[in-house]
Design a protein around this ligand. Structure first.
Ligand SMILES: *Cc1c(COP(=O)(O)O)cnc(C)c1O
Length: 419
């Protein structure tokens, strides 16, 4: 495991010299809680409220329809998918003109999986991980049904992916970091293995974009999608993004042939003609207010050094895990995230039979993580606004909740709709 501090004083010393420390003031982090759930909903950037107020009052309120265009008066809303995509591209190791911000992760998955399958006629298998995020599997299942059940999903364990690749496989569909275990796949190695069998790769970056360095171009990934409201801090329900490698752009067919993917949307022609390149994957009118909020989050992330961020993230997850292992081995937590830095995303997770009430009791103490069914406590690390001392204190609270059986109170056993 990564080098990590072993006392609270050492944490404070690291905080004092943290090269990323100045980012914290750029977020509206509420003063009380220790927030270890930025992997589910990122915090509010400090600049977002004023930016949204400006878009609403000036661009919408005063500018009205003129705001769609880029003119002396117009901010160019119509180009938001391209503008945000090109700003995000360097954060995920992609070139300009390969990333677009649009729709939700689920919808982008549908579009790219359908487009990818069409590139591999005669191949009938989609390979994925059995415990991939459910929407990824549901989308694949629904698409296979829509295509007349010519395709089958081959779901395997994380260690068996390479062995599951053969000449029948059309697409390898994987999350770069598993949402439940935090396990990080080797994108370059698995992409090379898929390509060796003639298959394409579609990566879901929901838990890696903005969480660690991603090198889509270097890894030769074919397609990718990802989420705007997690590590990119775009706000609840923020638009998502998609990536298409340059080599696929000319021949790719968009399965949702909407007018924003048309070569000339405002010619209002009666039949569809695809826009050149990745733009053909756009569908309809962009949600301008949500895009404006996401742009602030992307701008912030684009300023951060992803290698510094990764170093801090690994140090935090190692610190958390090591304290549980060495000081609190008695509290009954079983670590399920990889111990090897190279295989761990930006979270640590532990199984505990009372995961739900334990997390509710922990939240009551001001430490916010979340629970993933059936029994997993999940703690996410977002280095732009967390300190080492906060991570240290979070572990102390968790251990006390468990040692004092604080979770064993009736109010902590009630379930919510969103977990
Ligand atoms: C969060 C997440 C999603 C979310 O998809 P939405 O369409 O935004 O609801 C998808 N895939 C993975 C792996 C995720 O972690």
């Amino acid at each position: 495991m990564s080098h990590h501090p072993t006392t609270r004083e050492a944490c404070a010393a690291l905080d004092a010299t943290d090269p990323l420390a100045s980012f914290r003031a750029r977020f509206s982090v509420p003063p009380g809680p220790i927030y270890l759930d930025g992997n589910s909903l990122g915090v509010l950037p400090a600049a977002t409220p004023a930016r949204l107020a400006q878009v609403i009052a000036e661009e919408w309120g005063a500018g009205l329809i003129r705001s769609w265009n880029s003119t002396s008066r117009g901010p160019g809303w119509v180009d938001l998918p391209q503008r945000l995509g090109d700003k995000l591209a360097p954060v995920i190791g992609a070139a300009a003109g390969t990333v677009r911000v649009c729709d939700s992760t689920s919808i982008n998955l549908f579009k790219l999986l359908a487009a990818a399958l069409a590139q591999r006629p005669g191949r009938t298998v989609i390979v994925s991980e059995a415990d991939n995020f459910p929407t990824d599997l549901y989308i694949a299942e629904g698409l296979a049904a829509l295509l007349g059940q010519q395709h089958v999903l081959r779901l395997v364990a994380a260690d068996d992916i390479e062995a599951a690749l053969d000449e029948e496989v059309a697409v390898l569909l994987l999350s770069h970091v598993n949402y439940r275990t935090g396990r990080l796949h080797d994108m370059a190695a698995l992409t090379a293995a898929a390509h060796a069998k003639g298959a394409l790769t579609l990566w879901d970056l929901a838990h890696s974009a903005g969480a660690l360095p991603v090198q889509l171009a270097e890894a030769r990934a074919d397609f990718a999608v990802g989420c705007g409201y997690k590590y990119l801090n775009g706000g609840p329900g923020a638009p998502a993004f998609l990536y298409v490698a340059p080599s696929h752009q000319a021949q790719l067919a968009a399965p949702l042939s909407g007018w924003f993917g048309h070569a000339r949307p405002f010619a209002f022609e009666p039949s569809y003609a695809p826009a050149p390149g990745v733009d053909r994957l756009l569908v309809g009118t962009p949600p301008v207010l949500s895009m404006a909020a996401l742009e602030v989050g992307i701008d912030l992330m684009a300023e951060a050094d992803m290698y510094q961020l990764r170093q801090k993230s690994l140090c935090m997850s190692a610190l958390f895990a090591a304290r549980i292992e060495h000081e609190f081995a008695d509290v009954g937590l079983r670590q399920i995230s990889p111990r090897d830095d190279a295989r761990r995303g930006s979270q640590v997770c532990f199984a505990h039979p009372q995961a739900w009430p334990v997390m509710q009791a922990l939240i009551a103490r001001g430490v916010v993580g979340d629970v993933r069914a059936p029994d997993i406590l999940r703690f996410g690390f977002t280095p732009l606004y967390l300190s080492y001392t906060q991570v240290w204190d979070a572990v102390t609270h968790l251990a006390e909740v468990l040692r004092n059986r604080e979770w064993d109170a009736p109010e902590f056993h009630q379930k919510n709709k969103v977990t």
